[in-house]
Write a protein that binds this ligand. Structure first.
Ligand SMILES: Cc1ncc(COP(=O)(O)O)c(C=O)c1O
Length: 394
């Protein structure tokens, strides 16, 4: 039904969420295996789930909690940030996931009309968060096609020459959708450039534990840096919606402004979710690392499955749960390729254009166990082989 009342332009002009588009595409299709959504196949630690069963009856579980998060969870997180991330000067706010954390930050740090910086291929939800809050001057830098690392020389020039000076620069490390890991000296240079320009640097560390081949994750800390974290993938807690922000304690007014936003969106993250997060922390990083190591075989299976695309086509996967692959030059419409792979070959992936990378696909290796991945990889290989040799034959 029509209405004379108008929808917000900010929202109408925001991209549609790619996962919703994929779900629409898959509606009616039967037997499609998903390498699309960024999820892990495991559930939270059993001990934590059992403990949480006991707190559902506690009256406090059904009440509002402190906006910043349960004091005992915040304390445990501050300790974790100190011990694992070497962040000693940060304060913490618990949010309903890292996506809500990012929206909190955009609302706290940016005004409509501000310029912000991202690098393609970028995390689509971060792009949408800018768009829907009126921060539409999104300057998108390129990444090195070989390493998928951000073009820092371009950033240097942009932070000097763009008028207005960008207010905020954001990166995901390791990356979604690239799976690339930004080396410390490079992130340090990005941070120095931001500091000198008076810009915020927001680093999304959702995949901090998803590191392979002996690489180690790190965080940087400074008065202009904000770090984001998530319980979703690490502890298999996607549906429980818990993440957190580590922000500079010394930045004047930061907490007071952040609190206004938090109080108007979730008030507090769900109490039961926070409890599960607290108990999951007791299982610790080793619990996560054991599971992450199992993903190495999935990654290998999918890299092999994409070999029909050619030697240099598949990148990323140094960290996170993603591979980023270039489609043949004649496949400009990556969404059509995704549709064809799903309907003809029974395997779903994400089109690169959703992340500012048309002509590519993102393949996730976290959502299926080895047997499932093996099956999905066979389908993907068959589909890509056909794509390369005969095109999208119906
Ligand atoms: C880089 C990145 N940030 C944030 C999120 C969302 O995490 P959460 O479930 O904590 O909101 C995701 C999920 O895919 C992600 O890949």
């Amino acid at each position: 039904m029509g209405s004379f009342a108008k929808l917000a332009k900010r929202c109408v002009e925001t991209e549609a969420p790619v996962m919703v588009k994929i779900q629409e595409l898959l509606r009616g299709a039967t037997d499609v295996m998903s390498l699309a959504q960024g999820v892990v196949y495991w559930q939270p630690p059993e001990t934590a789930l059992n403990k949480v069963k006991e707190v559902v009856w506690e009256p406090a579980t059904s009440k509002y909690g402190a906006d910043d998060g349960l004091p005992e969870l915040r304390e445990a997180l501050l300790e974790k940030l100190r011990r694992e991330n070497k962040l000693t000067k940060s304060s913490v706010m618990v949010t309903a996931g890292a996506n809500q954390a990012f929206v909190n930050l955009v609302l706290t740090l940016c005004d409509a009309g501000d310029s912000v910086v991202m690098f393609a291929p970028y995390y689509f939800n971060a792009f949408m968060s800018f768009q829907m809050t009126g921060v539409t001057d999104i300057l998108v830098g390129a990444s090195n096609p070989k390493t998928l690392h951000p073009d820092v020389d371009w950033l240097e020039k942009t932070l000097k020459e763009n008028n207005p000076i960008p207010k905020l620069v954001t990166v995901v490390n390791p990356g979604n959708p690239s799976g690339a890991f930004i080396p410390k000296p490079m992130l340090q240079r990005i941070s120095d450039l931001c500091r000198n320009a008076g810009a915020w640097l927001v680093v999304d560390n959702t995949y901090e534990y998803f590191m392979y081949d002996g690489m180690e994750h790190y965080c940087l800390e400074d008065d202009h840096i904000v770090n984001l974290f998530s319980f979703s993938k690490a502890y298999g807690m996607m549906g429980w919606r818990v993440g957190y922000i580590a922000y500079p304690s010394e930045a004047d007014g930061f907490h007071a402004q952040l609190l206004k936003v938090q109080d108007n969106i979730p008030i507090c993250a769900s109490i039961i979710g926070q409890r599960l997060a607290l108990y999951s922390l007791e299982a610790g990083p080793e619990w996560i690392r054991e599971r992450v190591q199992d993903l190495v075989i999935n990654r290998k299976l999918l890299v092999e499955a994409m070999s029909p695309l050619g030697e240099d086509a598949v990148k990323g996967g140094e960290g996170a749960i993603y591979l980023w692959a270039k489609l043949p030059d004649n496949c400009k419409d990556d969404f059509e390729v995704v549709r064809w792979l799903a309907t003809k070959h029974g395997v779903a992936v994400i089109p690169g254009s959703a992340s500012g990378g048309p002509g590519y696909i993102r393949v996730s290796f976290g959502g299926l166990k080895e047997e499932g991945t093996r099956l999905a990889a066979e389908r993907l290989r068959k589909g890509l082989q056909e794509l390369v040799t005969d095109g999208m034959v119906q």
